[in-house]
Design a protein around this ligand. Structure first.
Ligand SMILES: C[S@@+](CC[C@H](N)C(=O)[O-])C[C@H]1O[C@@H](n2cnc3c(N)ncnc32)[C@H](O)[C@@H]1O
Length: 219
């Protein structure tokens, strides 16, 4: 049976559900709009304004790239893109829709990013990041977030930028902020607050030599 769009959760991205996702016009519109907003936030003045290099010189990691709605917008903006997702079924659909020279995809988890230090200039994640705390016990959430923040910090080049559009549980927001603040400057941007269309974006930048210094502008 085809799941309803309201039933989105981790299991939604495997088997025949991946096919349903890939064909969903509602999902496509949503992901394209969110990615366009993320790309605009990447160059927001609070992130330091315009990127110092032009997009064709920058490597972007699309965290939780799914069937490629977000990846294709990132690529059409001129960036080099590597997509990562933990569902091979979603990646198969991504491959079907991508040109042979644009299939830079990795099957892996955000919690165990398999990349070298200082690899990426930019990371973008659209509607995927909250899954790292999905079905986790409260006592494990802090450790998981800390490990992911540390991984992102390591594989991002100095002064690299990150934009994450996500759907955190309200109770988890302080934990996200508290943990990320130890590694990055930045903050949480809420579009259309308290409305049905509310969207949350984390904007993060600038690795610090001493992770313990916390003098951020937005957090
Ligand atoms: C709502 S979809 C968004 C996909 C993509 N942004 C797009 O434009 O289609 C969320 C994706 O996150 C992936 N995902 C969920 N948890 C993940 C994890 N822990 N590590 C990597 N990918 C994950 C799912 O498999 C799914 O493809």
């Amino acid at each position: 049976m085809v799941p309803k769009k309201e039933s989105l959760d981790r299991e939604f991205y495997f088997g025949e559900k991946a096919d349903f996702y890939a064909k969903s016009k509602w999902m496509e519109r949503n992901q394209i709009k969110s990615t366009a907003r993320a790309l605009a936030l990447l160059e927001d003045s609070r992130m330091g304004g315009e990127l110092s290099k032009s997009s064709e010189h920058l490597l972007v990691l699309d965290l939780g790239c799914g069937t490629g709605f977000s990846s294709h917008i990132i690529e059409s903006a001129g960036f080099h893109m590597i997509g990562l997702d933990n569902s091979f079924d979603m990646l198969e659909k991504h491959i079907e829709k991508s040109a042979p020279n644009k299939r830079n995809l990795v099957c892996g988890m955000i919690e165990a990013l398999p990349f070298r230090k200082n690899t990426f200039n930019v990371m973008i994640s659209i509607s995927a990041f909250n899954f790292i705390l999905d079905k986790k016990l409260q006592i494990d959430k802090k450790r998981v977030l800390n490990e992911v923040a540390n991984l992102i910090y390591e594989i991002l080049e100095p002064n690299g930028r990150v934009v994450i559009e996500f759907y955190p549980k309200k109770v988890d927001i302080p934990l996200y902020m508290e943990t990320l603040k130890q590694y990055f400057e930045g903050g949480l941007i809420i579009d259309n607050p308290n409305q049905r269309k509310e969207q949350k974006f984390l904007i993060l930048r600038q690795k610090r030599p001493d992770k313990k210094i916390a003098k951020s502008k937005i957090f």
